[in-house]
Design a protein. Structure first.
Length: 245
């Protein structure tokens, strides 16, 4: 199973943009050759740990990252304490897992209360996929949404549910790119949209745009962490000796 498909090709600037500047320790799952982590280290991160299942990718990543663990993230135990990382990266990996929900839930334990998880996940509700199904077939490709190797497929709603059920709160959700056909609508988004042999009716503007998004970027924190952050800020502002019991 190949689960480092993208990170070994590029440092993933769109993922890097989601990582807080103050994140000092990051865990990159499906790190590939470690180019993303290498960039984070060059910008001030103290530690970037990579995990990948591919031996050759791991060898290369060891030249770029603080530490590399080679193995299947669904099967190995990580040698870290709870709350060890300010950021955990799931860049194009969740769709390759047998149980992405369980992995998200397990990895959440390694995230600090003020940390964030960032992810990228292909959108199966893409118009070309729907059109393909309407034509009665499913074609596998070497990359993209219909890549041969993913085990799971997600729509935007599925992504939101996955993170919520694993104990995360969404801080932001955006798209990596939008197909040019969306912009041909000239800002006038119809309730009914037709492509190929298919007509979809009663769509709201968000649902229309969703049809043309090939992949979503996600930034999430542990559920309840925002309340804890506010509590910590308030507590730190109280003069010593005046804390409430």
């Amino acid at each position: 199973m190949k689960i480092h498909l993208v990170n070994d090709q590029t440092r993933r600037t769109e993922i890097e943009a989601l990582i807080p500047a103050g994140a000092r320790k990051a865990l990159d799952l499906g790190c590939g050759t470690g180019l993303l982590g290498k960039s984070l280290l060059s910008k001030g991160a103290e530690e970037v740990v990579g995990v990948d299942i591919d031996n050759s990718a791991c060898e290369e990543a060891r030249r770029n990252l603080t530490k590399v663990i080679c193995g299947n993230i669904e099967e190995i135990e990580l040698p870290f304490e709870k709350g060890s990382f300010d950021c955990i990266i799931f860049a194009d990996i969740l769709e390759y897992l047998k149980d992405p929900f369980l992995t998200l839930k397990r990895m959440k334990e390694y995230l600090s209360d003020t940390g964030v998880a960032v992810a990228s996940i292909p959108n199966t509700r893409y118009f070309s996929v729907i059109n393909m199904l309407a034509d009665g077939y499913w074609r596998y490709d070497d990359s993209g949404i219909t890549d041969k190797t993913p085990l799971r497929f997600f729509t935007r709603k599925d992504m939101e549910s996955l993170f919520a059920e694993a104990g995360f709160e969404m801080e932001g959700m955006s798209e990596t790119s939008v197909h040019p056909k969306y912009y041909e609508l000239n800002g006038s988004l119809p309730e009914n949209i037709c492509f190929g042999r298919l007509v979809l009716k009663g769509l709201n503007p968000e649902e229309v745009k969703d049809l043309f998004v090939d992949k979503y970027l996600i930034k999430a924190s542990k559920a309840g962490s925002e309340f804890k952050r506010l509590k910590d800020i308030v507590t730190s502002s109280i003069p010593p000796g005046q804390e409430r019991i």
